[in-house]
Structures are given as structure tokens and as C-alpha cells.
Design a protein around this ligand. Sequence first.
Ligand code: ACM
Ligand code: ZN
Length: 554
Amino acid sequence: MKNTRWYFLMSCLFLILFSCSEKSGKASYDVVPKIQNISYNEGVGFELNSKTPIIFSKKNDNIQQVASFLADYIADCTGLNLTLTYSENIQNGVFLNIDKQSDNFEAYDIAVDKEKITISGASEAGLFYGIQALRKFLPIDSKLTSVKFPAVTISDFPRFPYRGMHLDLSRHMFSTDSIKIYIDMLAMHNINRFHWHLTDDQGWRVEIKKYPELIEIGSKREQTVIGKNSGEYDGQPYGGYYTQEEIKDIVQYAQDRFITIIPEVDLPGHMLAALTTYPNLGCTGGPYKVAQSWGVFDDVLCAGNEEIYPFLEGVFDEIIELFPSEYIHIGGDECPKVRWKACPKCQAKIKELNLKTDKEHTAEERLQSYVIQRMERYINSKGRKIIGWDEILEGGIAPNATILSWRGTEGGITAARQGHDAIMVPTSYLYFDYYQTEDLKGEKLGIGGYVPVEKVYHYDPVPEVLTTEEQKHIIGTQANLWAEYIKDFSHAQYMTLPRMAALSEVQWTLPEQKDYQDFLLRLANYTKLYDLYEYNYATHVFNIKDKYEVDEAN
Ligand code: ACM
Ligand code: ZN
């Protein structure tokens, strides 16, 4: 009996001691993307624990939202639950302000001393990037009772205003929850534009209330080719779309994270899903089929048919309502001209417009330019601007268009020289459907090519051949993820991570600050966040590469 009581008392003591034991972690400022300016100060820094309040200076819903993201991130990483307050009489804590003076609205400062951590954004967006940095400083350990932050002064800002990432949800689509996770991934990498490819030959994925048949017919394909256009098909119908309610919810989710969604309705090519729905919009009148294989198809919208214009305007009316983005993407890529060459309506239109083939452009290229310019006028009349793939330069660029230069950098260079803004997304550096390793044994399917993390990292979007004035038209860069071979979201994560980390440093950090070996060390720590959120990522970059030679003579 005595023994039992003694054992019981000892167990209680052990439990009390154990539950009171302190476990402190240390913050590290070696994050991705690399911070532009950081100076380490004398003296002890700040110790954050569960009693530390997060104080926001104004009673402003957006700051409160940012503050609650910070509380969530701290809880995710450390298990510490901090309270939010806007009381004015507090001396110690994490202070969130919007009082940094800067021309760059996404800039922020962080100051850490014994009393406090202060994050000062030049705007709410700047504050948001400050808290993205702070979350990355944290050690990841749910048993921590405190985190020590060394004393520092940080001043950070992005190199480019346009920092994008694309996702093709036509070829394969993912759940709305997965799209939100994708948006979380972008936010973590300081990316502020999500280019959402909504329509293509293989499926129309956005509900347009004026044209309900687009989702009844155009969102469905009868089956899908197996592998890379093998000629064999899976026999499985594939389809789906996003309702306008779902889209509004996702747009808000992105906006809360300072990400603008740029919607793309690709025209006049890549339109088989719409042509299957409305065969009268094509040159031959069909019948057409939502594509079951991959590639570029000859059947495109009939540019000579006046009916396509009110159709497109009806579609863009609803797209513009759904997406508050300044930019609306109207595609323009990979539009073969074979049907237009043989089509009486297209040829009559060419005659009517007096379009001529000359040394620079064919009459059909000029017809494409007519379609794009007509859509630009419509979209401009609604107060928005167009973005198009670099093919919209052929036949003459629309007056206010921004170019996404994908077939190399020439399109971006030409656009900048003509005084147009351009965003660089060359296949050879920024196509994340390309493989990230040369050793394809056991590798998840990619379209081909080879774009390793190191290559992404070394990309500089600003061509040296441009003058300083012209270089100002390169407003940023993005990477693309085309989804022909990406059937599930876990595969999409694998293709994008960790290349998105290298991209984020291209987009955010000044070139003189970049160092690949240093990036790799920071990346190793950064991937702990991927682990925490169970993101699937490729690990080739951490493989040890060795080389040996056999000295046969000896
Ligand atoms: C593209 O990759 N077709 C823009
Ligand atoms: Zn035609």
C-alpha cells in the first residue's frame, strides 16, 4: 500500500515537472526568398511565447485578417496560441503596422529588439509579406514553449511587381480545396498573381450562365488518350467545371492572401470545347468533339463569322464580373490558319478588311490580329486590359496589350521595344511540366525537356539587349504548369515544388543578392514547411551527385 502511494506521488511529480519543462527554439532569418537587407544588432533579441500578444495598430478588417494569418502560422509551426489585440497600452509583443514609407507598396520592415517585434508594411500587402517572412523564421516544433528571435533590422521589397504562377485546369481539373492549397503555396512563395487557364480543347471549365451548354457539352470529353498520344484511349468519360459560386469563393480566398487571379479564356485557337458546343462558330460547321488527346488542333473559331463576337463578349461579360483582375487573358497562342485559308467567310473578312500578306505577316495572321484587337476594344471598354501569349505580336500587336513571352524571350523583347509591358515565361526556364531530372527512371510523367531547380534559379527575366527604358516594360515573370500529364493535385505539387522556391527568388530578390549554394542551404530548411503542410515535393536537388573514375592501371 505504502509503495503504491509513493509510486503515485512520484508519478504526479514527474508529470508536473514534465508539463512545466521549457523548450525554447531559435528563429532563423535564412529564408526563401532571400531578404534584401538584414542587419544583426547588438543585444538580446525578443523571446516569443504563448503570452506574447499580436497587436495591430488600427481597427481595420484587413490588418486584423493579416494578424489572424500570423497567429495561425505561429500555431501551425510551434503550437503556441497567441492572442490578437488592438489595445494601445502594450509595450511587449508583435506589432503590426502600416506605416512604412516606400514607393513600393509591397515593401516591409521588421525590427526585433528585447521588447518587441515590429512589422511595418508600406500597405496591407507589404504587411502580409512581412508576416510571410516571420512565419519562415520560426523553427517547426509543436512542443516549443518559446522562440528566441535575434535582434535585427530588416528592410525587404520585391524586385518585380508581377510575380505569377499559372495552372491549367482544363486538361485535368482539381478540387476547389486543392486550388485553395495551391493559392496557399503561392502566398508562401510571395507570389501575387495566379493565372488560371480555364478553357481549352479538352474541356471548358467555367460556368457561363448565358451559355449553359458550355458546361453541359463543352466540359465533357468521352475519353482520354493514354500517355503521350499513344493512340490508345482509357474509355473513361472525363469532365467537370467550376460554378460561379465556387469561383467567387476562390477569388475571395486569393484576394485575402493578396493574390489576383488572372482568368484565361483562350481564343481563337484551343476552342474545341466551345466548338463542340456551338459548331456554327467554326469554319466548317463541324461536327466537333471535345479533344481526347493532346496537341494543337486545326479547328478554331471562324474569324469571318460575325456570330463569334457577341458570343465572346457574352463570355467575357461574365468573366469580368467574376474576376476583379485588371488583366483579362485572352490567349492567342497556337492558332493554326489552315481552316481560315480555306474558309469563304474568313476570306471574305480578309477582303472586307483589306488585309494583305506582306514580308512581315500573312493576311491570316492579320486576321488573328483583328480578332484580338476587336476583343481588346471590348475588354478595354469594360475598364480592363488584355494579356495574350506572344503570338498576338504576329499580325500587329493590339494597342494596349501585355505580352506573356513563352516561346523564348524574343516576344518579350519585341513587345518591350514597342513600348508594351511583358511578362517572361520562357519554356526553357519556366515550364514546370518539363522534367526536373535527367534520370527518368521512376519519375512522374512530364511533357519532356529538362528544367532543373538550378536552371530556374539562374534565370534573369530582364534581357540585357534592352535599354534601361525598355527594361522597365519587363514587369515580371511567372512559371506555367500545363496539366496534360498531371492527373492529380499531388502530382501538380511535385512538379511545382521546389522549383517554385527558385522562381520566388527570381521574382523577389535582386540578382546581386542571389547565390545558388546559399539558396540550397536555405531551401533545405524551407522544405520543413512543405513537410508541415504535407505538400508533395521533388527532392532531386538534395541528391548527392558523385562521379568516380576507375584507375584501371593501378
Ligand atoms: C503555350 O504554352 N501554348 C502558351
Ligand atoms: Zn472561317
